[in-house]
Write a protein that binds this ligand. Structure first.
Ligand code: GLU
Length: 504
Protein backbone atom coordinates (compact mmCIF):
# COMPACT_ATOMS: atom_id res chain seq x y z
CA UNK A 1 0.00 0.00 0.00
CA UNK A 2 1.51 3.31 -1.12
CA UNK A 3 1.49 5.99 1.58
CA UNK A 4 2.91 9.43 0.87
CA UNK A 5 2.88 12.65 2.81
CA UNK A 6 3.07 16.35 2.20
CA UNK A 7 4.94 17.74 5.19
CA UNK A 8 5.12 21.53 5.01
CA UNK A 9 6.40 23.77 7.77
CA UNK A 10 4.00 26.61 8.52
CA UNK A 11 6.49 29.38 7.86
CA UNK A 12 4.45 31.53 5.46
CA UNK A 13 2.54 31.26 2.22
CA UNK A 14 3.03 28.07 0.24
CA UNK A 15 5.14 28.78 -2.85
CA UNK A 16 4.04 27.09 -6.08
CA UNK A 17 7.05 24.78 -5.72
CA UNK A 18 5.47 23.48 -2.53
CA UNK A 19 2.09 23.13 -4.21
CA UNK A 20 3.74 21.11 -6.97
CA UNK A 21 5.33 18.83 -4.37
CA UNK A 22 1.90 18.27 -2.81
CA UNK A 23 0.41 17.69 -6.26
CA UNK A 24 3.00 15.07 -7.27
CA UNK A 25 2.49 13.27 -3.98
CA UNK A 26 -1.24 13.31 -4.58
CA UNK A 27 -0.99 12.11 -8.20
CA UNK A 28 1.37 9.35 -7.14
CA UNK A 29 -0.88 8.24 -4.26
CA UNK A 30 -4.01 8.21 -6.41
CA UNK A 31 -2.25 6.48 -9.30
CA UNK A 32 -1.30 3.63 -6.98
CA UNK A 33 -4.54 3.56 -5.03
CA UNK A 34 -2.63 4.70 -1.96
CA UNK A 35 -3.05 7.32 0.73
CA UNK A 36 -2.07 10.98 0.87
CA UNK A 37 -1.16 12.42 4.27
CA UNK A 38 -0.80 15.99 5.44
CA UNK A 39 1.63 16.44 8.30
CA UNK A 40 2.45 19.87 9.67
CA UNK A 41 6.10 20.16 10.67
CA UNK A 42 6.02 22.95 13.20
CA UNK A 43 8.84 22.06 15.58
CA UNK A 44 10.84 25.15 14.67
CA UNK A 45 8.99 27.67 16.80
CA UNK A 46 11.23 30.53 15.68
CA UNK A 47 9.98 30.18 12.12
CA UNK A 48 6.33 29.56 12.94
CA UNK A 49 3.96 32.00 11.23
CA UNK A 50 0.40 32.39 12.33
CA UNK A 51 -2.16 31.63 9.66
CA UNK A 52 0.28 29.65 7.51
CA UNK A 53 -1.27 26.29 8.33
CA UNK A 54 -4.76 27.56 7.45
CA UNK A 55 -3.32 28.98 4.25
CA UNK A 56 -1.78 25.63 3.31
CA UNK A 57 -5.04 23.77 3.92
CA UNK A 58 -7.08 26.28 1.96
CA UNK A 59 -4.59 26.24 -0.91
CA UNK A 60 -4.70 22.43 -1.15
CA UNK A 61 -8.48 22.50 -1.12
CA UNK A 62 -8.59 25.13 -3.84
CA UNK A 63 -6.30 22.96 -5.96
CA UNK A 64 -8.46 19.88 -5.45
CA UNK A 65 -5.67 17.98 -3.68
CA UNK A 66 -7.54 15.75 -1.27
CA UNK A 67 -6.02 14.63 2.01
CA UNK A 68 -6.84 11.13 3.24
CA UNK A 69 -5.16 11.38 6.61
CA UNK A 70 -3.68 14.27 8.51
CA UNK A 71 -4.22 17.70 9.94
CA UNK A 72 -7.81 18.74 9.46
CA UNK A 73 -8.89 15.19 8.60
CA UNK A 74 -7.57 12.94 11.38
CA UNK A 75 -6.60 9.32 10.96
CA UNK A 76 -5.04 6.32 12.70
CA UNK A 77 -1.72 8.08 13.39
CA UNK A 78 -3.17 11.30 14.83
CA UNK A 79 -2.07 13.81 15.86
CA UNK A 80 -0.46 14.92 12.60
CA UNK A 81 0.85 18.24 13.84
CA UNK A 82 4.37 17.65 15.17
CA UNK A 83 4.04 20.14 18.02
CA UNK A 84 1.25 17.91 19.37
CA UNK A 85 3.51 14.86 19.17
CA UNK A 86 6.37 16.43 21.10
CA UNK A 87 6.43 13.88 23.95
CA UNK A 88 7.11 11.14 21.50
CA UNK A 89 10.48 12.15 20.09
CA UNK A 90 12.80 12.20 23.11
CA UNK A 91 12.57 8.46 23.57
CA UNK A 92 13.84 7.91 20.02
CA UNK A 93 16.74 10.30 20.57
CA UNK A 94 17.61 8.45 23.79
CA UNK A 95 17.41 5.15 21.94
CA UNK A 96 20.14 6.40 19.62
CA UNK A 97 22.29 7.43 22.57
CA UNK A 98 21.95 3.95 24.03
CA UNK A 99 23.01 2.33 20.79
CA UNK A 100 25.94 4.77 20.43
CA UNK A 101 24.46 6.51 17.38
CA UNK A 102 24.07 9.81 19.21
CA UNK A 103 25.47 11.76 22.14
CA UNK A 104 24.70 14.62 24.47
CA UNK A 105 26.41 17.95 23.82
CA UNK A 106 26.49 20.67 26.44
CA UNK A 107 28.35 23.41 24.57
CA UNK A 108 26.60 26.75 24.83
CA UNK A 109 25.95 28.92 21.81
CA UNK A 110 28.57 31.39 23.10
CA UNK A 111 31.20 28.68 23.44
CA UNK A 112 30.55 27.40 19.96
CA UNK A 113 30.54 30.94 18.63
CA UNK A 114 33.95 31.57 20.20
CA UNK A 115 35.44 28.40 18.71
CA UNK A 116 33.98 29.24 15.31
CA UNK A 117 35.44 32.74 15.58
CA UNK A 118 38.90 31.40 16.39
CA UNK A 119 38.85 28.93 13.52
CA UNK A 120 37.68 31.50 11.06
CA UNK A 121 40.26 34.01 12.24
CA UNK A 122 42.90 31.37 11.52
CA UNK A 123 41.50 30.99 8.00
CA UNK A 124 39.66 27.74 8.70
CA UNK A 125 36.05 26.77 9.16
CA UNK A 126 34.23 25.09 11.97
CA UNK A 127 31.96 22.09 11.65
CA UNK A 128 30.64 20.09 14.55
CA UNK A 129 31.82 16.72 13.31
CA UNK A 130 33.86 13.60 14.03
CA UNK A 131 37.09 15.61 14.07
CA UNK A 132 36.05 17.77 17.00
CA UNK A 133 33.30 15.95 18.86
CA UNK A 134 35.71 14.20 21.25
CA UNK A 135 37.26 17.56 22.18
CA UNK A 136 34.02 19.40 22.94
CA UNK A 137 31.64 19.23 25.88
CA UNK A 138 29.95 15.98 24.96
CA UNK A 139 28.97 12.74 26.64
CA UNK A 140 31.62 11.09 24.47
CA UNK A 141 34.33 12.37 26.81
CA UNK A 142 32.48 12.49 30.13
CA UNK A 143 31.60 9.87 32.67
CA UNK A 144 28.00 8.70 32.80
CA UNK A 145 27.74 10.27 36.23
CA UNK A 146 28.83 13.64 35.01
CA UNK A 147 26.33 13.54 32.18
CA UNK A 148 23.64 12.63 34.67
CA UNK A 149 24.66 15.41 37.05
CA UNK A 150 24.61 18.06 34.32
CA UNK A 151 21.19 17.02 33.11
CA UNK A 152 19.77 16.85 36.63
CA UNK A 153 21.13 20.27 37.49
CA UNK A 154 19.11 21.65 34.58
CA UNK A 155 22.00 22.36 32.22
CA UNK A 156 20.75 22.76 28.66
CA UNK A 157 21.88 20.20 26.14
CA UNK A 158 21.30 18.98 22.64
CA UNK A 159 21.45 15.45 21.32
CA UNK A 160 23.60 15.12 18.22
CA UNK A 161 23.80 12.34 15.68
CA UNK A 162 27.15 10.56 15.74
CA UNK A 163 27.90 10.38 12.06
CA UNK A 164 30.11 7.38 11.30
CA UNK A 165 33.53 7.99 9.77
CA UNK A 166 34.63 6.80 6.35
CA UNK A 167 31.43 5.16 5.24
CA UNK A 168 30.28 5.39 1.63
CA UNK A 169 26.59 6.16 1.85
CA UNK A 170 25.03 4.82 -1.35
CA UNK A 171 21.56 6.17 -1.95
CA UNK A 172 18.98 5.56 -4.64
CA UNK A 173 16.79 8.46 -5.60
CA UNK A 174 13.86 7.83 -7.93
CA UNK A 175 14.59 11.03 -9.84
CA UNK A 176 18.36 11.39 -9.50
CA UNK A 177 19.44 7.77 -9.60
CA UNK A 178 22.39 6.77 -7.47
CA UNK A 179 23.90 9.36 -5.13
CA UNK A 180 27.04 8.51 -3.14
CA UNK A 181 28.36 10.56 -0.22
CA UNK A 182 31.32 9.92 2.09
CA UNK A 183 30.03 10.10 5.66
CA UNK A 184 33.27 11.76 6.81
CA UNK A 185 32.22 14.92 4.98
CA UNK A 186 29.06 15.25 7.06
CA UNK A 187 28.65 16.98 10.38
CA UNK A 188 26.87 15.79 13.52
CA UNK A 189 23.42 17.31 13.21
CA UNK A 190 21.35 18.23 16.23
CA UNK A 191 18.40 15.87 16.68
CA UNK A 192 16.88 17.19 19.87
CA UNK A 193 17.09 20.34 22.01
CA UNK A 194 16.38 20.35 25.72
CA UNK A 195 15.75 24.09 25.77
CA UNK A 196 12.31 23.70 24.18
CA UNK A 197 12.08 19.90 24.56
CA UNK A 198 11.59 19.65 20.81
CA UNK A 199 13.17 17.53 18.13
CA UNK A 200 14.74 19.15 15.09
CA UNK A 201 13.31 18.63 11.63
CA UNK A 202 15.56 15.63 10.90
CA UNK A 203 14.57 13.51 13.87
CA UNK A 204 10.88 14.38 13.83
CA UNK A 205 10.68 13.82 10.07
CA UNK A 206 12.27 10.36 10.17
CA UNK A 207 10.40 9.21 13.27
CA UNK A 208 7.07 10.33 11.84
CA UNK A 209 7.67 8.91 8.38
CA UNK A 210 8.40 5.61 10.10
CA UNK A 211 5.46 5.68 12.51
CA UNK A 212 3.08 6.87 9.78
CA UNK A 213 4.25 4.02 7.53
CA UNK A 214 5.30 6.30 4.69
CA UNK A 215 6.44 4.30 1.68
CA UNK A 216 7.64 7.11 -0.62
CA UNK A 217 9.12 10.48 0.29
CA UNK A 218 8.56 12.90 -2.59
CA UNK A 219 9.93 16.36 -1.80
CA UNK A 220 11.87 19.32 -3.11
CA UNK A 221 15.47 19.16 -4.24
CA UNK A 222 16.49 21.44 -1.36
CA UNK A 223 16.22 18.37 0.89
CA UNK A 224 18.70 16.30 -1.09
CA UNK A 225 21.64 17.40 1.12
CA UNK A 226 19.73 15.97 4.11
CA UNK A 227 19.30 12.60 2.45
CA UNK A 228 22.59 11.03 3.67
CA UNK A 229 21.70 11.87 7.26
CA UNK A 230 18.21 10.50 6.75
CA UNK A 231 19.64 7.30 5.29
CA UNK A 232 21.93 6.94 8.29
CA UNK A 233 19.08 7.61 10.71
CA UNK A 234 17.10 4.75 9.19
CA UNK A 235 20.14 2.56 9.53
CA UNK A 236 20.71 3.63 13.14
CA UNK A 237 17.12 2.85 14.07
CA UNK A 238 17.18 -0.37 12.10
CA UNK A 239 14.03 0.68 10.25
CA UNK A 240 13.07 -0.06 6.69
CA UNK A 241 13.59 2.99 4.52
CA UNK A 242 10.97 4.55 2.28
CA UNK A 243 11.86 5.29 -1.35
CA UNK A 244 12.97 8.86 -2.04
CA UNK A 245 12.30 11.19 -4.93
CA UNK A 246 13.76 14.71 -4.96
CA UNK A 247 12.01 17.07 -7.34
CA UNK A 248 13.90 19.59 -9.45
CA UNK A 249 13.38 23.30 -8.90
CA UNK A 250 10.93 25.61 -10.61
CA UNK A 251 13.10 28.24 -12.25
CA UNK A 252 12.66 31.90 -13.12
CA UNK A 253 11.28 32.56 -16.63
CA UNK A 254 14.82 33.26 -17.88
CA UNK A 255 16.05 30.00 -16.36
CA UNK A 256 18.53 31.74 -14.08
CA UNK A 257 17.86 30.47 -10.58
CA UNK A 258 14.92 29.52 -8.46
CA UNK A 259 11.61 31.29 -8.99
CA UNK A 260 11.00 33.67 -6.11
CA UNK A 261 8.31 36.01 -4.89
CA UNK A 262 10.52 38.88 -6.01
CA UNK A 263 10.42 37.60 -9.61
CA UNK A 264 6.65 37.61 -9.45
CA UNK A 265 6.57 41.17 -8.11
CA UNK A 266 9.10 42.33 -10.68
CA UNK A 267 7.50 40.66 -13.69
CA UNK A 268 3.88 40.97 -12.60
CA UNK A 269 2.65 37.49 -11.80
CA UNK A 270 1.79 35.37 -8.80
CA UNK A 271 4.04 32.69 -7.34
CA UNK A 272 1.57 31.68 -4.65
CA UNK A 273 -1.71 29.84 -5.17
CA UNK A 274 -3.74 32.24 -3.01
CA UNK A 275 -3.24 35.80 -1.96
CA UNK A 276 -1.30 36.07 1.31
CA UNK A 277 -1.62 39.05 3.57
CA UNK A 278 1.00 38.69 6.30
CA UNK A 279 0.86 40.55 9.60
CA UNK A 280 4.11 42.20 8.59
CA UNK A 281 5.54 42.74 5.16
CA UNK A 282 4.07 42.88 1.70
CA UNK A 283 0.98 41.17 0.46
CA UNK A 284 1.72 38.41 -2.02
CA UNK A 285 -0.57 37.98 -4.99
CA UNK A 286 -2.25 34.67 -5.66
CA UNK A 287 -3.21 32.77 -8.79
CA UNK A 288 -6.77 32.53 -7.48
CA UNK A 289 -7.12 36.28 -7.07
CA UNK A 290 -5.41 36.86 -10.42
CA UNK A 291 -8.26 34.99 -12.09
CA UNK A 292 -6.96 31.47 -12.56
CA UNK A 293 -9.18 28.41 -12.45
CA UNK A 294 -7.71 25.82 -10.09
CA UNK A 295 -7.92 23.14 -12.79
CA UNK A 296 -5.81 25.24 -15.14
CA UNK A 297 -3.36 26.11 -12.40
CA UNK A 298 -2.66 22.52 -11.39
CA UNK A 299 -2.49 21.34 -14.99
CA UNK A 300 0.14 23.97 -15.77
CA UNK A 301 1.97 23.22 -12.54
CA UNK A 302 2.03 19.46 -13.07
CA UNK A 303 3.79 19.94 -16.39
CA UNK A 304 6.56 22.01 -14.79
CA UNK A 305 8.85 19.07 -14.26
CA UNK A 306 6.73 16.12 -15.34
CA UNK A 307 5.80 15.16 -18.87
CA UNK A 308 3.36 12.37 -19.60
CA UNK A 309 4.85 11.84 -23.08
CA UNK A 310 2.96 12.68 -26.27
CA UNK A 311 1.54 16.08 -27.20
CA UNK A 312 -1.38 16.23 -24.87
CA UNK A 313 -1.12 19.20 -22.55
CA UNK A 314 -4.61 19.97 -21.33
CA UNK A 315 -5.40 17.26 -18.81
CA UNK A 316 -7.89 16.86 -16.01
CA UNK A 317 -6.78 15.73 -12.58
CA UNK A 318 -8.14 12.27 -13.41
CA UNK A 319 -6.11 12.06 -16.62
CA UNK A 320 -2.99 13.19 -14.80
CA UNK A 321 -3.56 10.58 -12.09
CA UNK A 322 -3.83 7.88 -14.73
CA UNK A 323 -0.63 8.76 -16.53
CA UNK A 324 1.51 9.95 -13.61
CA UNK A 325 4.85 8.30 -12.95
CA UNK A 326 7.99 9.44 -11.16
CA UNK A 327 10.15 8.04 -13.98
CA UNK A 328 8.83 10.83 -16.20
CA UNK A 329 9.97 13.62 -13.89
CA UNK A 330 12.97 15.44 -15.35
CA UNK A 331 16.26 15.86 -13.53
CA UNK A 332 16.76 19.51 -14.40
CA UNK A 333 14.72 22.50 -13.30
CA UNK A 334 11.76 23.78 -15.31
CA UNK A 335 11.27 27.40 -16.20
CA UNK A 336 8.04 28.99 -15.14
CA UNK A 337 6.40 30.52 -18.20
CA UNK A 338 3.74 33.11 -17.29
CA UNK A 339 2.39 33.21 -20.87
CA UNK A 340 1.91 29.47 -20.86
CA UNK A 341 0.07 29.70 -17.57
CA UNK A 342 -2.31 32.25 -19.12
CA UNK A 343 -2.74 30.05 -22.18
CA UNK A 344 -3.78 27.11 -20.01
CA UNK A 345 -6.29 29.27 -18.22
CA UNK A 346 -7.82 30.52 -21.46
CA UNK A 347 -8.21 26.93 -22.63
CA UNK A 348 -9.93 25.97 -19.41
CA UNK A 349 -12.23 28.98 -19.45
CA UNK A 350 -13.39 28.07 -22.94
CA UNK A 351 -14.14 24.53 -21.82
CA UNK A 352 -15.90 25.50 -18.61
CA UNK A 353 -19.70 25.44 -18.74
CA UNK A 354 -21.49 28.77 -18.59
CA UNK A 355 -23.14 27.73 -15.35
CA UNK A 356 -19.79 27.04 -13.72
CA UNK A 357 -18.57 30.48 -14.75
CA UNK A 358 -21.62 32.29 -13.35
CA UNK A 359 -20.35 32.57 -9.74
CA UNK A 360 -17.23 34.39 -10.91
CA UNK A 361 -19.13 37.00 -12.90
CA UNK A 362 -21.79 37.22 -10.22
CA UNK A 363 -19.05 38.11 -7.77
CA UNK A 364 -17.88 40.93 -10.04
CA UNK A 365 -21.43 42.28 -10.20
CA UNK A 366 -21.87 42.08 -6.45
CA UNK A 367 -18.69 43.97 -5.74
CA UNK A 368 -20.13 46.77 -7.89
CA UNK A 369 -23.55 46.68 -6.27
CA UNK A 370 -25.16 45.33 -9.45
CA UNK A 371 -27.74 42.60 -9.87
CA UNK A 372 -28.84 40.58 -12.87
CA UNK A 373 -30.94 37.45 -13.38
CA UNK A 374 -29.01 34.17 -13.27
CA UNK A 375 -30.05 33.25 -16.81
CA UNK A 376 -28.68 36.50 -18.17
CA UNK A 377 -25.34 36.11 -16.38
CA UNK A 378 -25.04 32.58 -17.71
CA UNK A 379 -25.78 33.70 -21.28
CA UNK A 380 -23.24 36.51 -21.00
CA UNK A 381 -20.59 34.06 -19.76
CA UNK A 382 -21.22 31.99 -22.87
CA UNK A 383 -20.90 35.02 -25.14
CA UNK A 384 -17.69 36.44 -23.70
CA UNK A 385 -15.69 33.41 -22.55
CA UNK A 386 -13.94 33.07 -25.91
CA UNK A 387 -12.38 36.45 -25.28
CA UNK A 388 -11.24 35.83 -21.72
CA UNK A 389 -7.90 34.47 -20.59
CA UNK A 390 -8.35 35.14 -16.89
CA UNK A 391 -11.52 35.23 -14.84
CA UNK A 392 -10.65 38.84 -14.11
CA UNK A 393 -11.14 39.59 -17.84
CA UNK A 394 -14.85 38.79 -17.60
CA UNK A 395 -15.85 42.16 -16.27
CA UNK A 396 -13.92 44.13 -18.88
CA UNK A 397 -15.46 41.97 -21.59
CA UNK A 398 -19.02 42.08 -20.30
CA UNK A 399 -19.67 45.26 -18.33
CA UNK A 400 -21.84 46.73 -21.09
CA UNK A 401 -24.39 43.97 -20.65
CA UNK A 402 -25.04 45.11 -17.12
CA UNK A 403 -24.41 48.86 -17.30
CA UNK A 404 -26.02 51.12 -19.90
CA UNK A 405 -23.24 53.08 -21.61
CA UNK A 406 -23.05 56.71 -20.58
CA UNK A 407 -19.90 57.43 -22.51
CA UNK A 408 -18.90 56.54 -26.03
CA UNK A 409 -15.50 55.70 -27.45
CA UNK A 410 -14.44 58.90 -29.20
CA UNK A 411 -12.54 57.20 -31.97
CA UNK A 412 -15.48 54.98 -32.83
CA UNK A 413 -17.82 57.97 -32.73
CA UNK A 414 -15.56 59.92 -35.10
CA UNK A 415 -15.34 56.97 -37.46
CA UNK A 416 -19.00 55.92 -37.68
CA UNK A 417 -21.35 58.45 -36.18
CA UNK A 418 -21.52 60.68 -39.23
CA UNK A 419 -23.24 61.12 -42.58
CA UNK A 420 -26.45 59.13 -42.87
CA UNK A 421 -25.51 56.70 -40.12
CA UNK A 422 -27.39 58.46 -37.28
CA UNK A 423 -30.54 58.46 -39.43
CA UNK A 424 -30.02 54.77 -40.20
CA UNK A 425 -29.65 54.08 -36.50
CA UNK A 426 -32.99 55.77 -35.85
CA UNK A 427 -34.57 53.60 -38.53
CA UNK A 428 -33.07 50.45 -37.01
CA UNK A 429 -34.63 51.51 -33.71
CA UNK A 430 -38.02 51.50 -35.45
CA UNK A 431 -37.42 48.13 -37.09
CA UNK A 432 -36.40 46.57 -33.79
CA UNK A 433 -39.37 48.13 -32.03
CA UNK A 434 -41.66 46.34 -34.45
CA UNK A 435 -40.04 42.90 -33.94
CA UNK A 436 -42.51 40.61 -32.19
CA UNK A 437 -39.83 38.26 -30.91
CA UNK A 438 -36.43 39.57 -29.98
CA UNK A 439 -34.15 36.60 -30.47
CA UNK A 440 -30.94 36.85 -32.48
CA UNK A 441 -32.20 35.26 -35.74
CA UNK A 442 -35.37 37.41 -35.86
CA UNK A 443 -33.73 40.77 -35.19
CA UNK A 444 -30.75 39.99 -37.37
CA UNK A 445 -32.97 39.04 -40.33
CA UNK A 446 -35.14 42.13 -39.90
CA UNK A 447 -32.24 44.59 -39.74
CA UNK A 448 -30.07 42.97 -42.38
CA UNK A 449 -32.82 42.60 -44.92
CA UNK A 450 -33.63 46.29 -44.53
CA UNK A 451 -29.95 47.14 -45.05
CA UNK A 452 -29.81 44.91 -48.13
CA UNK A 453 -33.07 46.21 -49.63
CA UNK A 454 -31.76 49.76 -49.40
CA UNK A 455 -28.24 48.83 -50.54
CA UNK A 456 -26.68 50.47 -47.47
CA UNK A 457 -23.06 49.91 -46.40
CA UNK A 458 -23.40 46.99 -44.00
CA UNK A 459 -20.24 47.66 -41.96
CA UNK A 460 -21.00 51.35 -41.45
CA UNK A 461 -24.53 50.75 -40.29
CA UNK A 462 -23.78 47.79 -38.08
CA UNK A 463 -20.88 49.55 -36.38
CA UNK A 464 -23.10 52.53 -35.64
CA UNK A 465 -25.63 50.21 -34.08
CA UNK A 466 -22.88 48.55 -32.03
CA UNK A 467 -21.61 51.93 -30.86
CA UNK A 468 -25.06 52.77 -29.49
CA UNK A 469 -25.41 49.44 -27.71
CA UNK A 470 -21.94 48.85 -26.22
CA UNK A 471 -20.49 52.38 -26.24
CA UNK A 472 -17.65 51.41 -28.57
CA UNK A 473 -16.51 48.55 -30.75
CA UNK A 474 -15.89 44.92 -29.96
CA UNK A 475 -17.92 42.16 -28.36
CA UNK A 476 -20.03 39.27 -29.56
CA UNK A 477 -22.47 39.35 -32.48
CA UNK A 478 -24.54 42.50 -31.96
CA UNK A 479 -27.85 40.65 -32.23
CA UNK A 480 -26.71 38.12 -29.65
CA UNK A 481 -26.04 41.08 -27.38
CA UNK A 482 -29.42 42.69 -28.01
CA UNK A 483 -31.14 39.36 -27.40
CA UNK A 484 -29.57 39.25 -23.94
CA UNK A 485 -30.39 42.91 -23.27
CA UNK A 486 -34.01 42.55 -24.40
CA UNK A 487 -36.12 44.92 -26.41
CA UNK A 488 -36.69 47.62 -23.86
CA UNK A 489 -33.02 48.08 -22.94
CA UNK A 490 -31.93 47.87 -26.59
CA UNK A 491 -34.33 50.61 -27.67
CA UNK A 492 -33.36 52.72 -24.68
CA UNK A 493 -29.71 52.51 -25.69
CA UNK A 494 -30.42 53.44 -29.29
CA UNK A 495 -32.42 56.45 -28.11
CA UNK A 496 -29.70 57.44 -25.65
CA UNK A 497 -27.14 57.47 -28.44
CA UNK A 498 -29.41 59.47 -30.74
CA UNK A 499 -29.91 62.01 -27.99
CA UNK A 500 -26.39 62.20 -26.60
CA UNK A 501 -24.10 61.88 -29.59
CA UNK A 502 -23.30 65.05 -31.51
CA UNK A 503 -24.79 65.37 -34.95
CA UNK A 504 -21.90 65.54 -37.37
N1 GLU B 1 9.05 20.29 6.63
C1 GLU B 1 9.83 20.13 5.45
C2 GLU B 1 9.48 21.28 4.50
O1 GLU B 1 9.04 22.28 4.98
C3 GLU B 1 9.52 18.80 4.84
C4 GLU B 1 10.62 18.20 4.01
C5 GLU B 1 10.30 16.77 3.70
O2 GLU B 1 9.34 16.55 2.96
O3 GLU B 1 10.97 15.89 4.21
O4 GLU B 1 9.60 21.25 3.34
Amino acid sequence: MVRVRFAPSPTGALHIGGVRTALYNYLFARHHGGKMLLRIEDTDSARFVEGAEEYIIEALQWCGIEIDEGVGVGGPHAPYRQSERRELYLKFALQLIETDWAYYAFDTAEELGAIRGEREAAGGAFAYNHEVRETLKTSLNMSADEVQRRIESGEQYVIRFKMPVGEQIVMQDMVRGEVVVDSSTLDDKVLYKSVDALPTYHLANIVDDHLMEITHVIRGEEWLPSLPLHFMLYKAFGWERPEFAHLPLILKPDGKGKLSKRDGDRLGFAVFPLEWIPKEGDTARGFREDGYLPEAFINMLALLGWSPGGDKEVMSMQEMIESFSIERIGKSGSRYDPDKARWFNGEYIRHTSNDDLVPHLQHELETRGLKAPYEMISQVCGLVKERCTLLTDFWAQSHYYFVTPTQYDEKVVAKFYKGDNPAHLAKIGEILASCQTFDEPTTEAAVKSWIAENSLPMGQVMNTLRLSIVGGSGGASIFAITEVLGKEETLKRINNALEKLPKA
